[in-house]
Each structure stands twice: as structure tokens, then as C-alpha cells.
Design a protein around this ligand. Sequence first.
Ligand SMILES: *Cc1c(COP(=O)(O)O)cnc(C)c1O
Length: 376
Amino acid sequence: MNENTGTLTINLAAIVANWRTVAAYADSSVTSAVVKADAYGMGVEQVAPALYRAGCRHFFFATLSEAVAGRSLVGADAQCYLLGCVPGGSEADVVRHRLVPVLSSLVAVNRWLAWRAGAGFDASSAPAAVKFDTGMTRSGLAVAELQHLLGDAERWAELSPVLLMSHLAVADEASNPQNRRQRDAFFALGTLAKRLQPDLLLSLANSCGTYLGRDYHADLVRPGAALYGFNPVVGGESPMLPVVRLSLPVMSLRALTQPSQVGYGAEYTALPGQVLAVVAGGYADGLHRILGREGYGYCLGVKVPVVGRISMDSTVFDVTAVTDLHEIDGRQTLNIDVLGEGDLSVDALTRRNQALGYEVLTCVRSGRYRRIYQGE
Ligand SMILES: *Cc1c(COP(=O)(O)O)cnc(C)c1O
């Protein structure tokens, strides 16, 4: 029991298989990959090249530094989009790294065009994408602003974006009528823009949006979550494979002989006869997000609950129900799994913890975990 950090096992083959599953479903569109936030915590250095080898040629990043780093991970023929803003003064870097900025406001469009003209670039030497807002009110040109831009033939020709996109706000609520409203608003202007510029790619759907049906696919779909094992089929069975497993090593076992308070705040009292396991891993490793309230894990296949509060670096589980404990000697590492398949899947944790599954996954980035990648 001497490993002092948890082990995060990431199945690259499953990520690739999930991408292929989406691509097969959206077979009349291009399937991109959203790899922002270090590929949702799974490690962009491994994930992006694996998806590139599988045939993915469109990658979405959030920040400039993510996109610059990501650019070198994939082949020169891949399109790398920067979803976040172009920081003032970094336009030349964006072009030098052959990134495609997603211009998400009229100010951003005007700034980009002014810079581009001044620096001697044009739509083909410094391509851009445009995002407009169809009902999320987070980022993107307003519908009226895009309409205005489309009405100015000269300005639109100067801009000539490679991609026109929008983002669904409630794709995870399949029956919410806002999805159809956003889709109709998207295609109303998208179709108009495509008439002006036939090579323009249109893109609306994230993971759940893709599984709302073919009429959401447009030219390019943008799955993120589904690639990392989330179920994109609202209310249906998941076509995705689980991607991640997190095992925490037991640092010490204690068989109690008298009543004992466990952890900060002494919120839990353990009784004689109970066996407690202290594992390496606490809220500094994102465990409060992963375990949530009334969390549990599995030890040698037996469900074991968390007792007491999660500490910064350690968490205590009640392993009384594990009958094989005596077979573990000091040289073996005993682990407790807290993320994996079945009721430890990101979907199950999302349901149980009412935390966004995205948070559950991205919080593993902060953890001090040893990472193991399973091959393609
Ligand atoms: C994050 C993001 C996605 C991916 O969303 P998922 O729900 O993870 O599939 C797609 N498009 C945009 C603009 C995003 O910001």
C-alpha cells in the first residue's frame, strides 16, 4: 500500500471509437472534435493525435495557448479553431500558427477585418469563422447583426468565413421547443449565407445536438462530451464507450475497537467492528466533484461509502463490507475505484451528484494522478 497517488486510466481506443460512432451517425456531415480544456481533462497531447490518426481534420480549442499547443499535435491539413477571443495584439500569432479564430461579436469581426487588411492578409491567407447567437445569449453576433453583414455584399465577400456556426443552449432537453427555434433561426441565415458563398460550412450541433437528429447536423458537427464517454442520447441508451477510470490507493486500514469520530468536523461516528480505509485523494484532486454527497466507490468489487468529510488530500471509506481484505498484505496496493463503468460512469455520477458531468470530468485535471493511456 505504498502508491501515494491515484491512477487515472484513459482509454484512447474508446475515445477514437466514440468519435467514429458519432461520425457514422452524422454520416452526411464532417465530424470534428472539441478538445478544449485539455480534451475535457483527458489530455489533449494524447487525444488530438489519436483522433487525427482516426481521420478527424477539424479541432476546436478554447484559448489561444490551448490552440497554439494543439496546432503542433495534429497534421498541417487539420483545421484548428479558436473558440475564445483573439487577445488584442495576438492576431499575427493566430495567423502564424494557422489557427482559425471564431469571431463571436461584431467588434471582433470588425477588429479582425481591420487588422487583416492592414497586415496584408485576406480571407484565404488568414481565414476566420463566425459564430452567431440563436438563443443562448452567451456569445455570437446577434441575428440582426449577421443579417446586416449578409446584406452588405462587399463586406461579406471581404469576410468570407470558412465556417458559420451557432450553439444550442438546451440540446440536453430533447423535447424543449427552444432547440427547434434555434435550429430554424440558424438555418434561416445559414442558408442565405451559403447562397452567397457556396463553400461555407455550417455548424450547429454539439454532442446532444447531434443526436437530436439529422436536421441538426448541417455540414459539420462539434461533439465534445460524447467523445469522452457521456451519453449524448437524451433519455436513451448510450452508444458511447466509457473512457476513464480513476482508482485511489488505500494508504491505511483501521479496524475500530471503539467508537471514533471521522474527519474534520467530526461529522461521522464509526463504531467498533467497522473497518475504515484512508485513500490518497481529496478535494484538491477534485474528489468532492467526483464523489458528490453520499459518495461511494468500489473496493474489490464491493460498494463502499465515503464516511466523514472529504479532506484536501485524503478521503475515508467504510470498507467493512469487503470480506477479502485479510488477503491483502503490505506489498499489494489496495485500490478503491471512484470513476469507471456502470454506476461509476460520468453519466451516473452526473445523475447522482447533480454536478455537470463536464465538471466531474474536467476536475480530474487538477488531480495529482498518475495517468495511464490505453492504446488505440
Ligand atoms: C464546448 C463546445 C462544444 C462541445 O459541446 P459538448 O456538449 O461537450 O459536445 C461545441 N461547440 C461549442 C461552441 C462549444 O463551446
